[in-house]
Design a protein around this ligand. Structure first.
Ligand code: GP9
Ligand code: MN
Length: 639
């Protein structure tokens, strides 16, 4: 008995257990990781303990005094990694990737948003760090002094635990690593730390892809596009807006659930509610955003290029120097002047570099606007002042022009001075959702004013107005509040997908072409649609989207996580739903999703190959692929 009493648990074991259990609690109760069966829960418990043991147990190979230093710093750094992921998760319902880390200046700009993501109870996360720190200093006897056999045995346990973890994960989700579209699955099955190692490997691999690419893949991708996304039809809408200016408004974080909804008897978006029904407005009520970690910049990338953004990082950052055949460039060749209006610092999302590359003539960023304490809050200049101050620049542009406006006020954390709010906050457990109602209403008012200002400036008649929501504003983290708002028991996988619908309206003054379209379409289709309306035919263009008016469109809108919407089905996180009823399909019925899912995966893979390999540098857009011009843009030459 006495012997047992005297036995001390080595600090590395204690640290592993504490750290592992803590991580488990974070996975289980803070990250919204869905648990579908007891096996998944077991994996969730085993993986943090296994990874913690992996890191801490290595200390047995060190001298006692180094062990203690190693253990305390490892506990601290590990906790910080976990904590940064947690903060990131609260905002994006996603995990950090390496490319996101290199967007440091964006994180700095988050400013006010960050504060709302840090909670007091987060201090609990550091309790074990304090304990390990204390014990490592005060009880040196907790260090180990194993003989070689002990060290080897400890290391063998590392391998054993890791193997059990990987085997269980592979059983639970076959081909996890190959099909890793979904970071949540990875974290759930191998843990956040191993996920970071995996992510680093992927990062290196994708960097190598450009160097190794030689242009041979482009013809396969071109064939795919010609067969699947190019339309043989020319719809009646071809050239409907020929020669007109295009005023494109990207509305920050705006989702369709805001439309036609009320809070305390007041409409949230009275202007948009009317505008979508206007006799000159074509409203696509099943239009989906397709963005990933690059948020607004991903939506811009989709509409300018009709290519998919990447599943990790922001393509604006990681591939800002690639060769593209973007909308502003094509319009430029057709005598359009192109510009972007956005009152934020120009390097955010690497916009200054990317816009230049995409062929924009001018970027009106923060310095073009006058900011005062009265007109700036949250992320900066308020939308009303933004539009008002933009008119003078718009008037001085040569015509026809293509100008993109990116709003800012309805951005997380949705701050608005009380005297500027014309609707009550919502009342739920989520301040984010509650506050967002007021900023949504504010932005709706700013759009109404903008159209009046365009009319007053004589710019309305000759322009096509396109309004588009860039991506979701309310993440899954607020599902509980969202279910209250939508009057539902819960938010299912089906609801999640339907919540990714964002406004998309094309308004051609005096056209009488207004109607509501039901077909599922997405941001990938915007570029071909606009070119179609402007009567610009670019037969050599390579796009994954198709203009929204033709009837021979491919039957799916793909999401970056591998989910999709087709005419009949909705697919999300390996579940197949009936698009009409929302019912989850089982067994044979669910099989119907598989062939579409394969196409979706194929298409996303092609898009990634194009971007990672920078394959457009091998393609001649003037003549098509038949006369390739192999450009020697930098280190990779194919000559
Ligand atoms: C930043 C603005 C918001 O300039 O576009 O970016 P987001 O966080 O939505 O990607
Ligand atoms: Mn945005």
């Amino acid at each position: 008995m006495r012997k047992f009493y005297n036995m001390r648990v080595p600090l590395f074991v204690l640290a592993s257990l504490l750290f592992g259990l803590k991580t488990y609690f974070v996975y289980r109760f803070v990250f919204n990781l869905s648990i579908e069966n007891p096996m998944q829960d077991f994996i969730l418990l085993i993986n943090p303990i296994a990874s913690a043991y992996l890191i801490f147990a290595l200390s047995v190979w060190m001298k006692s005094k180094h062990q203690m230093v190693y253990l305390r710093w490892t506990a601290l750094v590990g906790t910080l990694i976990l904590y940064f992921n947690l903060i990131f998760y609260r905002n994006f319902t996603d995990f950090i990737t390496i490319p996101v880390l290199f967007q440091g200046n964006n994180a700095a700009d988050l400013g006010g948003s960050l504060l709302t993501l840090v909670h007091l109870e987060d201090l609990l996360l550091f309790v074990d760090v304090v304990a390990v720190w204390y014990l490592s200093k005060k009880v040196p006897s907790l260090a180990t002094d194993f003989q070689k056999a002990g060290k080897i045995a400890t290391t063998a346990v590392i391998f054993l635990l890791m193997t059990v973890n990987v085997v269980l994960a592979e059983m639970e989700r076959p081909m996890l690593f190959v099909r890793a579209f979904d970071r949540e699955y990875l974290v759930k099955n191998i843990g956040i730390f191993n996920y970071h190692v995996y992510d680093a490997t992927m990062h290196t691999k994708s960097k190598a892809q450009r160097v190794l690419a030689d242009g041979s893949e482009i013809s396969e991708i071109e064939n795919y596009m010609r067969e699947n996304t190019e339309s043989d039809e020319t719809s009646d809408m071809f050239g409907e807006a020929e020669g007109k200016n295009v005023i494109f408004v990207s509305i920050e974080s705006f989702q369709n659930f805001l439309l036609d909804s009320q809070v305390n008897g007041k409409e949230i978006t009275p202007f948009l509610n009317d505008f979508k029904e206007d006799e000159d407005t074509m409203w696509f009520k099943n239009f989906y955003h397709q963005t990933a970690q690059g948020k607004t910049s991903d939506s811009e990338f989709l509409i300018e290029n009709s290519l998919y953004p990447l599943d990790r990082g922001a393509v604006y950052f990681t591939h800002g120097q690639n060769e593209y055949n973007a909308l502003p460039e094509i319009l430029g060749e057709n005598n359009y002047y192109s510009s972007v209006y956005h009152a934020n610092n120009k390097s955010f999302w690497n916009r200054d570099v990317m816009y230049d590359n995409l062929g924009y003539d001018k970027f009106f960023s923060e310095p073009a606007y006058e900011q005062t304490p009265d007109n700036s809050f949250g992320w900066g200049l308020e939308d009303k002042a933004f539009f008002e101050q933009s008119i003078k620049y718009l008037q001085s542009q040569g015509q026809p022009f293509y100008s993109k406006f990116i709003t800012l006020t309805h951005h997380f954390p949705f701050e608005l001075p009380e005297e500027k709010a014309n609707i009550d906050k919502y009342d739920s457990g989520s301040n984010t959702l509650n506050n967002s109602i007021q900023t949504a209403r504010y932005t709706d008012e700013s759009l109404k004013q903008f159209i009046q200002q365009l009319k007053d400036a004589g710019l309305y008649e000759d322009s096509v107005l396109v309004l588009m929501g860039d991506h979701y504003g309310i993440s899954d983290y607020h599902n509980k509040a969202m279910s209250k708002f939508l009057n539902k028991d819960e938010i299912t996988g089906y609801d999640h997908v339907q919540l990714q619908r964002v406004p998309f309206m094309i308004h051609i003054p005096d056209s009488g072409e207004g109607q509501t379209f039901e077909k599922p379409v997405g941001q990938i289709d915007v570029k071909p649609t606009l070119l179609h309306l402007l009567g610009i035919e670019d037969k050599n263009d390579l796009t994954f989207g198709t203009d929204m008016f033709t009837s021979d469109r491919k039957d799916f809108v793909a999401f970056r996580d591998g989910g999709f919407v087709s005419n009949d089905y909705i697919f999300n996180k390996e579940k197949c739903f009936d698009r009409e009823t929302g019912e989850e399909l089982q067994k044979e019925k669910a099989e119907a999703c598989q062939p579409i899912k394969e196409k979706v995966d194929q298409e996303l893979k092609y898009s990634d190959t194009l971007i990672y390999g920078d394959l457009f540098r091998f393609y001649n857009f003037d003549h098509g692929e038949e006369q390739p011009v192999k450009k020697q843009t930098n280190e990779t030459s194919t000559q």
